[in-house]
Design a protein around this ligand. Structure first.
Ligand code: ATR
Length: 287
């Protein structure tokens, strides 16, 4: 790749950002698409977020990805938001259109594509969403909008589960949403009765790879689809238990690839090469 006076810039802001896998995925895709763009990681301290967003206009950047802890602050600085970003108040992708900044949230759509590419769907399905942080909010909203027939949000801290359930009902339009803790009969019924179980917690994430599973493996069964948003390791304790019981498993790399591919599609107006991005992600993870 040659950087010259025509090279355009896109990147990710976060704090910290040096562990981001997005530069590896996106630069591989940009090369494959023969775009004279470069994707950089910008460490941006919280007090500098508005300056960083201003620089998208000032430097006429293509746009940005946004990661922790800036996703909410950036939503406040946009001229326009897509439906998910508006409903969640969270932006992971900024697209500059002339001097207007449009904020998108591609996490939920990325999740849906990661499930669909494995031959599964959400419409009409009973879904158990475990966890109540940022990933859970995006996924609960996306599943509600995709027509899940029933949803239970399970979380260690009840108040946070209630907040995600309200979001799925009020903003996502889900009509049948409940909550549960992580233990007891209600939790077991929600998980074992679900068609799709999604672990949105950090349980089992590197470096605590032996932690978990977040719910007993005995609650999982063949015929279910079990998704873990964790991508490092790819096989968490929950997915190991799910696989042992004959469930279909989906690891977190698919969501990461597709949220990125959808973002790149917004920036360049073309279909991004998801397979190239996946290959780059998997080699970066192997390192
Ligand atoms: P993110 O924004 O990445 O989704 P987060 O906001 O830190 O992450 O949320 C982490 C989720 O993992 C929360 O649902 C958290 O439960 P609480 O809301 O009760 O804190 C859950 N979590 C983290 N560690 C856990 C553990 N050891 N057992 C059960 N749940 C855990």
């Amino acid at each position: 790749m040659t950087v010259d006076t025509h090279t355009q810039t896109v990147g990710v802001i976060g704090w910290p950002v040096e562990h981001s896998l997005s530069p590896a995925m996106h630069n591989a895709a940009l090369a494959a698409m023969e775009l004279n763009w470069v994707y950089l990681a910008f460490p941006v301290a919280p007090e500098r977020v508005s300056e960083a967003v201003g620089a998208v206009r000032g430097l006429q950047l293509i746009g940005l990805n946004v990661t922790i802890p800036h996703k909410q602050a950036v939503a406040e600085l946009m001229d326009e938001l897509d439906d998910a970003a508006e409903a969640l108040g969270v932006v992971n992708t900024v697209v500059r259109r002339e001097d207007r900044l449009v904020g998108y949230n591609t996490d939920g759509p990325g999740f849906l594509q990661s499930v669909e590419e494995m031959g599964h769907s959400v419409e009409g399905k009973r879904v158990a969403v475990i966890g109540a942080g940022g990933a859970s909010r995006s996924i609960a909203y996306a599943c509600a909008r995709a027509g899940a027939s029933q949803m239970t949000v399970l979380n260690r801290t009840a108040a946070r589960a209630e907040a995600v359930a309200s979001l799925a009902a009020d903003k996502g339009g889900a009509s049948d949403v409940g909550t549960a803790g992580l233990e007891g009969a209600a939790a077991e019924e929600a998980v074992s009765g679900a068609d799709l179980v999604v672990d949105c917690t950090s349980v089992g994430m590197y470096p605590n790879v032996e932690e978990g599973p977040v719910v007993p493996g005995g609650w999982l069964r063949a015929g279910q689809v079990v998704v873990d948003v964790t991508y490092n390791p790819r096989e968490t304790t929950l997915l190991r238990a799910a696989r042992a019981r004959g469930a279909d498993v989906v690891d977190g790399t698919g969501m990461l690839v597709h949220q990125g591919a959808i973002a790149l599609g917004h920036w360049c107006g073309r279909q991004a090469p998801a397979e190239v991005m996946r290959e780059a992600l998997l080699s970066a993870l192997a390192r």
